[in-house]
Design a protein around this ligand. Structure first.
Ligand code: C2E
Ligand code: CA
Ligand code: CA
Ligand code: CA
Length: 275
């Protein structure tokens, strides 16, 4: 038994070392990906439930790996956050989303808002607000066509500073949304002081509608909360007609999800927008 225990320990050590090594390799790979700009943005449309029009898109990052193909953000964003690489990556995303949106407008497509996911590391960078202003200036995109998605947990890490930064961003004229709403801990009294235009109801509350009565109650409550605070509200992860029906009946403004479209490349998105 003792022998087996020691062997287990050795296996464990070897496994840990292998994992650490793999992580180091991944880190280097990701660093190279930044310099080689191996990233691409996909766009997922957002539709207004009253008009049926696509009025916005969320930009979602993908890593086009030379050998491994398209890698989804869930697989590399955690490492990017841990290593700080999310800062240059996030900067690339912001610039690319603004550049692309301006290019669509210049091509005569109906103007839309493009939203960008912001990580806590990025948000806390000194001069980040100035950087946002600079990107808007350089790309020529009007601020009202950019929305920044902040998660509740990002804001709650340091509410005072976050709210101050949010006011600076709002003063620039960009819009703010709270992502994954309902999964974090933002107190309702704090929410009142956030200069945000929209709440995004997290997919976890939407996915089991209409099977789960609790989720329907929570979703309904978030929608009325948003209405009372004069915020717009969008549900993410909408996949079925039944979900659309429930959300419409509950007064939800907008929806995003596979029911409308999966996130698609820029060219395919243009077809959605034009069609
Ligand atoms: P998120 O911000 O909550 O984005 C929504 C995720 O749900 C996306 O996954 C999207 O593809 C997926 N989704 C959309 N509609 C549906 C649906 O109807 N059903 C299902 N099952 N899923 C749906 P994705 O693209 O894999 O992104 C995952 C997460 O990675 C994002 O979650 C966001 O937290 C992060 N992320 C993506 N792009 C960026 C970025 O540019 N910067 C940062 N910091 N994070 C990003
Ligand atoms: Ca998001
Ligand atoms: Ca989300
Ligand atoms: Ca989510």
């Amino acid at each position: 038994a003792k022998e087996a225990g020691r062997n287990n320990l050795q296996v464990f050590d070897a496994e840990m070392a292998a994992k650490a090594h793999q992580k180091l390799l991944r880190h280097e790979e990701l660093r190279d990906a930044v310099t080689r700009e191996e990233f691409v943005l996909h766009y997922q449309p957002q539709m207004n439930l009253k008009t049926g029009r696509i009025f916005a898109a969320e930009s979602l990052l993908r890593w086009q790996h030379p050998e491994r193909g398209m890698i989804s953000p869930g697989e590399f964003i955690p490492l990017a956050e841990e290593t700080g690489l999310i800062v240059p990556i996030g900067d690339w995303v912001l610039n690319e989303a603004c550049r692309q949106n301006k290019a669509w407008q210049d091509a005569g497509l109906p103007p839309i808002v493009v939203s960008v996911n912001v990580s806590a590391r990025q948000f806390k960078e000194r001069n980040w607000v100035a950087r946002v202003a600079e990107v808007l200036e350089e790309t020529g995109l009007e601020p009202r066509f950019l929305e920044l998605e902040l998660t509740e947990s990002l804001i709650m890490q340091d509410v005072g500073t976050a709210v101050a930064t949010m006011h600076e961003l709002e003063a620039l004229g960009v819009h703010l949304a709270i992502d994954d709403f309902g999964t974090g801990y933002s107190s309702l009294s704090a929410l009142k002081s956030f200069p945000v235009r929209r709440l995004k109801i997290d997919r976890s509350f939407v996915q089991d509608i209409p099977r789960d009565a609790d989720d329907m109650a929570i979703t309904g409550a978030i929608i009325s909360l948003a209405q009372k605070l004069q915020m717009q509200v969008i549900a993410e992860g909408v996949e079925t007609q039944e979900q659309v029906d429930f959300l419409r009946a509950s007064g939800c403004d907008d929806i995003q999800g596979y029911f409308i479209s999966r996130p698609v490349g820029a060219a395919a998105f243009v077809a959605l927008l034009a069609g």
